[in-house]
Every structure is written in structure tokens, then in C-alpha cells.
Design a protein around this ligand. Structure first.
Ligand SMILES: [Zn+2]
Length: 163
């Protein structure tokens, strides 16, 4: 894998929600944009990912005024969706529903440990599968914590994650 050369600028804020974006490699856009959206990709621009859950913008490159919204992608951006199916891990197919079902049934989920093992084995493809271009594990852990709290409130017994 070649060395990543991403320069994060302070000014890279989403023009629609104002949140600071996270630099993403153009490769992720090439992998995930629908054909008509890909056809207007500015290949020399530095794109950022907007991680605001309520913002419809997914990628933006301010210097060339290029913006892509949720509808421009082949995949659903899990952290911007509230209705199932909500992807948590794009490489190995964990969804909010599958993780939730496992927690309700067993009190815990093997998803974070399973993903970690795949990452260690070099099978993780978040750089091209995950719209954010970043590792999904942080989002997965956040979602697991939220789901466990909700499921526990609903009266199901929940176990702590093993480190
Ligand atoms: Zn935004």
C-alpha cells in the first residue's frame, strides 16, 4: 500500500452544516460514487467527508465547489441514516440490526472482536468500502455502547465487552 499524503486544512468545513470535514482519499470516492456522480469528480481536488449525522453532504471539496450528497453514493452512509438497514461495518457486513439482534439474544456482540481480528489479519478494506475512508471500529464501538444501553433499558440482560 502506498503512503497516504493527506493534508488537513483548518478551513475544510462543510458548506451546508459547517462541521469540519475529515480528509478522504479520492480512491474512496471512485469506489463508492454512482456513475453519473463519478463522471463529475474533480480528480485533483482534496475531498473531505462530512460526518454530521443530520447533514446530507457526504463529500466536499471547497476549492472546486464540488459536493456529493447521500444520493450520489452506491451505498448508504450508516452514520447519516436512522432507519434500517444501517451499516456499521462495510467490509464484513455488520449492521445495527444484526448487532442489536445478537445483543438481545446473547447479552453481547462479537462484532468488535471479529472486526479487530480481521484488521489484524490485513483483511480490512475500510479505505475503499467505508464512505468515511476511515476504520469503522470507532463507529462500531460507539454504536454497540448505545445499543447496549437501549437494550438494557428495554429489560434485556447485557454483558460488558471483554477487553
Ligand atoms: Zn455537512
Amino acid at each position: 500500500m502506498k503512503t497516504k499524503e493527506i493534508v488537513m486544512t483548518e478551513e475544510a468545513r462543510c458548506s451546508e452544516c459547517g462541521q469540519q470535514g475529515r480528509a478522504v482519499e479520492t480512491l474512496a470516492l471512485k469506489a463508492l460514487l454512482r456513475p453519473d456522480a463519478l463522471a463529475r469528480l474533480e480528480v485533483t481536488a482534496s475531498y473531505c467527508f462530512c460526518a454530521s449525522p443530520s447533514c446530507a453532504v457526504v463529500y466536499f471539496a471547497d476549492e472546486v465547489e464540488s459536493i456529493y450528497h447521500k444520493a450520489d453514493l452506491e451505498v448508504r452512509v450508516g452514520l447519516k441514516e436512522t432507519d434500517d438497514p444501517i451499516s456499521l461495518c462495510y467490509c464484513f457486513g455488520h449492521t445495527r440490526a444484526s448487532v442489536s439482534e445478537e445483543i438481545e439474544r446473547t447479552g453481547n456482540t462479537s462484532a468488535p472482536a471479529s472486526i479487530t481480528a480481521h484488521i489484524k489479519a490485513g483483511r480490512c478494506g475500510c479505505d475503499v468500502n467505508n464512505p468515511s475512508g476511515a476504520c469503522c471500529l470507532g463507529e462500531v464501538n460507539k454504536a454497540v455502547k448505545k445499543l447496549k444501553a437501549a437494550i438494557e433499558r428495554a429489560g434485556f440482560p447485557v454483558k460488558e465487552n471483554q477487553p
